[in-house]
Design a protein around this ligand. Structure first.
Ligand code: ZN
Length: 161
């Protein structure tokens, strides 16, 4: 279901004019790309993928930005213990953003665009001691509002104290 492509930004410094010491001293900033098959409107738990990116980056303290480059999907953080919460969120979003006859967008998926804007296209999570700082009941979700789609999301891990 998931494929990880590792864009190791630091690699450029290996091949460039920078010395080994410059490379070692350079703050780690790494970008990871993931592919996701989204056959239905749902919230897909991507927390393990974000953890995978952080582990590969080697960053112990910093931030992770999880970003979705789509206009009818989003990223959010919410409850992971009771699956009924995601079920209810989907129903709530359907109620809040129904299809309307007066919509003009020719593709016919304006409700999905509205939901994507409401949820937002990214989440920023603190990384501490090499781990995501998430509450016990929190997970990171890719929100699909216009299925079925083959989707992409990015995780940018930035080393900072
Ligand atoms: Zn559209």
């Amino acid at each position: 279901m998931y494929v990880c492509v590792d864009f190791n930004a630091v690699r450029e410094f290996h091949n460039g004019e920078y010395s080994k010491q410059t490379f070692l001293n350079y703050p780690r900033v790494m970008l990871f790309e993931f592919q996701l098959s989204a056959p239905r409107a749902d919230f897909y738990n991507i927390t393990s993928k974000v953890r995978e990116a952080i582990a590969k980056s080697g960053v112990a303290a910093g931030i992770a930005v999880v970003y979705c480059p789509h206009t009818t999907a989003g990223i959010t953080i919410n409850e992971n213990a009771d699956p009924d919460v995601v079920h209810d969120l989907l129903i709530g979003l359907d109620k809040a953003f129904p299809d309307r006859a007066e919509f003009r967008h020719a593709e016919g998926n304006s409700a999905a665009h509205l939901k994507a804007s409401a949820v937002g296209s990214s989440a920023t999570i603190i990384v501490n001691n090499g781990k995501l700082v998430l509450g016990t009941w929190q997970s990171i979700y890719f929100c699909e509002f216009d299925p079925p789609r083959e989707r992409t999301f990015f995780v940018k891990v930035v080393n900072c104290l």
